[in-house]
Design a protein. Sequence first.
Length: 155
Amino acid sequence: MSAFDRVRRVVTVLLVAATLLVAPQVAHAGFSRTVGGSMEVSTGTVPQPNVTGTWQCSRSLAGGEGPRITITATATPSAGLAAGVPTYGWTLSATGVATVTATGPVVLLDATRVAKEDTTWTLATTLRPPGSTWTSAATVRTLTCDKNGNGGGVL
């Protein structure tokens, strides 16, 4: 190897080392001043559905005597709901009665309690916006049928 090749290799090594030491310092970035960002966190709510319809009590003889309730109801979204078709959940329940459930904006619910006493029914309706996993608080109606099947009205 000639003297020229040795000098050339030494110079190359020195240039590479200098580049590796100087380049990061030239590329260093910094912030000249700090500004605090503002962030706001809030909770969202799903509006409760509007529920309209009628309910009627009667006396049922199927499976024993007791009050029977028939409900025809419609749910509509409250203002402030995103576009699309929401999912509705309906639950009709009373002590000593199997819970009746349904989905959809329009329902016909029918249930009978085999008892010789007044029965208080609870109708709960919830709404879930399209594409969401959130559910509204329930819109609740309390409906009472007396032991003779009297009662009814507007939801």
